[in-house]
Design a protein around this ligand. Structure first.
Ligand code: NDP
Length: 336
């Protein structure tokens, strides 16, 4: 297949630090960028060697491009993805796909109608660590899965302490930012998420935006003819030294993954059963965003599927929205 030609929607940090490099490493051509600001568009294009820049979305969609990568602020994803799909472009959209499940559903349906690829840029489901955990569970290495725990409490870098922390800013907050990623890992592992209970607080002195920056969530999963599973997540912008991890506990064993939820994954998978503990060999040498890009290209080519499909992104969003609603209301929220 010829190299994919990409338009970038959003002069963002994640595009600059991860995804432009991943597009290029996967053989793609970065044609240009759309930004809401003429100065940012021009500067971003100059810094990243992009031949084109524009402040008109229709301008970008009129370029000779096959696909767009959307990494604007969360509130813009739905409208921009819808425009891109309508213009016949494949879409790799940052998480959360949208701010409402109905919007994400409409995006998925539009992509299906048009025969286009819509993927969510969740970088973790494609990680060899998580693929290994899914394979171990599917092979029965820990028996029947009973529960899982994710520790995803990190310190938000200073340069990102903007819109994420705005109390009234649509799409802000730790739950849409991090719990959404956790759900992208737990959903394919544990079954169907059906109920969510969460508490969220504001902790950091530097968080002058007033939005919640730490959350703990419990999710109930159901599977045909098997006992329900409980999953617990700790997500935070305020914890600097914890490290991240995933634990999955079953009737016959436990899987522990260190450094499981970071962008760079030199993590380790440890399997503990009645026979003792052993490290499972996992090759973590490849960049997670390059893995995601390659899977996206294979989906466009018709030879594979995205690391997180549009539907996967929708399900992750549903869990995050239920957690947010639960944190706001103080009640358990059921997902239908
Ligand atoms: P940024 O704040 O860097 O960028 C988001 C938007 O904010 C940009 O599109 C830009 O708008 C605007 N912006 C950027 N810098 C400035 C500035 N200095 N002044 C004013 N506006 C500015 O966000 P992130 O890169 O952190 O996140 C973007 C998206 O990517 C989010 O949806 C987030 O959830 C997701 N994300 C995903 C990750 C993953 O691992 N999958 C990791 C991190 C983020 P404009 O384009 O109009 O210039």
């Amino acid at each position: 297949m010829p190299a994919l030609k990409w338009g970038l929607i959003g002069a963002s940090d994640i595009a600059a630090t991860r995804v432009i490099g991943a597009i290029r490493a996967s053989g793609g051509d970065t044609v240009g960028v759309f930004s809401g600001s003429a100065d940012r568009a021009r500067d971003f294009a100059a810094v990243h060697g992009l031949p084109n820049f524009t402040t008109e979305l229709d301008g970008l969609l009129g370029w000779d491009i096959d696909a767009v990568y959307i990494s604007s602020t969360n509130a813009l994803h739905f409208e921009q993805a819808t425009s891109a799909l309508t213009a016949g472009k494949h879409v790799l959209c940052e998480k959360p796909l949208a701010l409402e499940a109905g919007q994400a559903e409409a995006m998925v349906e539009l992509a299906e109608e048009r025969g286009l690829v819509l993927a969510a840029n969740h970088h973790l489901p494609g990680s060899p660590l998580h693929a290994t955990v899914r394979d171990l569970v599917a092979a029965g290495a820990i028996g029947t899965v009973l529960s899982a725990k994710i520790a995803h409490a990190v310190l938000l870098p200073e340069r990102l302490r903007g819109w994420r922390l705005g109390k009234g800013t649509p799409g802000s907050g730790v739950i849409l930012d991090i719990t959404c990623h956790d759900a992208s890992v737990l959903n394919p592992l544990l079954g169907t998420p059906v109920a969510v209970t969460a508490l969220a607080v504001q902790q950091a002195g530097w968080n002058t935006g007033g939005q919640e920056d730490a959350a703990m969530t419990v999710i109930r999963y159901e599977r045909d003819d098997l006992p329900p599973v409980l999953a617990q997540t700790h997500d935070s912008f305020t914890v600097g030294y914890a490290g991240t991890s995933l634990e999955v506990h079953g009737t016959e064993g436990t899987i522990r993954v260190t450094d499981a939820m970071t962008q760079d994954t030199p993590g380790q998978v440890i399997l503990t059963t009645g026979s003792g503990s052993r490290a499972v060999d996992v090759d973590c040498s490849e960049d997670l965003y390059v893995i995601g890009l390659r899977a996206f290209i294979a989906a466009v080519d018709g030879t594979g599927r995205p690391a997180a499909t549009g539907r996967d992104g929708l399900m992750a969003l549903k869990v995050a929205l239920a957690a947010q609603e639960s944190a706001n209301s103080g009640r358990t929220v059921h997902i239908n």
